[in-house]
Design a binder for this molecule. Sequence first.
Ligand code: NAP
Length: 306
Amino acid sequence: MSKPIYDRVALIGLGLIASSMFWAMKRAGLAGEVTGYARSQATRDTAREIGLCDRVCDSAAEAAQGADLVVLCVPVGAMGPVMKEIAPMLKPGATVSDVGSVKRHVIDAVQPHIPDGVHFVPAHPLAGTEHSGPEAGFAELYDNRWCLLVPVEGSDPAAVAALRALWEGMGANVEEMDADHHDLVLSVTSHTPHLIAYTMVGVADDLRRVTDSEVIKYSAAGFRDFTRIAASDPTMWRDVFLTNKDATLEILGRFTEELFALQRAIRTGDGDMLHDYFTRTRAIRRGIIEAGQDTDAPDFGRGHGK
Ligand code: NAP
């Protein structure tokens, strides 16, 4: 057990990410008391039933009152309004952080509401599953995954160091990154791949109407992996695309060019081009496994069933 890094932590929003944070903080004794708030009564009831948070509050302001660290764990589009609501309750010296998948938009929406004397240190854990809600979380989610801290201009070094220690205590490897660079990198590694998965499953769904249930019945590994990604939370992903518009459009443009090049190679029978291309992409997969970011198990390394 570590010594608590914060006496009081408030989690605003109690879904996959917040609940995993709670269990990971408890596992390592990183927080004295953890309060939590979710907007729906149903989620608050579930949280109370499963012991998620030491105290579940009926308003975000109540959960945030007196906290040393407040973490906004709501969809990206809800960050600004939630921050506005809790701002008057924050104690001087407290730190506000978030876990949003897009950083420039969150900074622009949240920072104007940060009161004087309160620190703001945005963050993004690069870990998740296609499951959502308070029961989806588990203590190991962040083990050996990256968490990117995106300090804003003038961020207090001590506040950044404490948040880094918290994420490291929850099992993550921590690095700092600039917000715009973050949004571009994540567009390549996460956002655009999700959009492509949504599209491919949508195409198959259209086709199903033609081929009856064959698409599901003979679902092969490639398609099944797309369906797992395309099962991700619709609200979260709507907000990601609406708030990371420029980077997504930039990467989609490049994707379309590559797709046309492959299409031409197929039409002209350019097997060398296809073989070289697939050899290059195979090396990337090997690199990810060697970096410990996935296993080469055929189930995408999700053997724990989450
Ligand atoms: P989640 O499981 O769907 O939980 C979202 C939580 O936010 C729920 O407690 C929900 O309350 C609350 N909420 C939703 N809309 C709200 C609104 N308009 N105002 C106030 N509260 C609202 O989501 P999650 O996967 O934990 O994601 C939370 C954040 O983490 C998002 O910003 C996402 O971009 C980021 N993130 C997600 C992943 C991932 O893979 N899932 C990975 C890294 C970062 P109710 O339950 O009462 O509706």
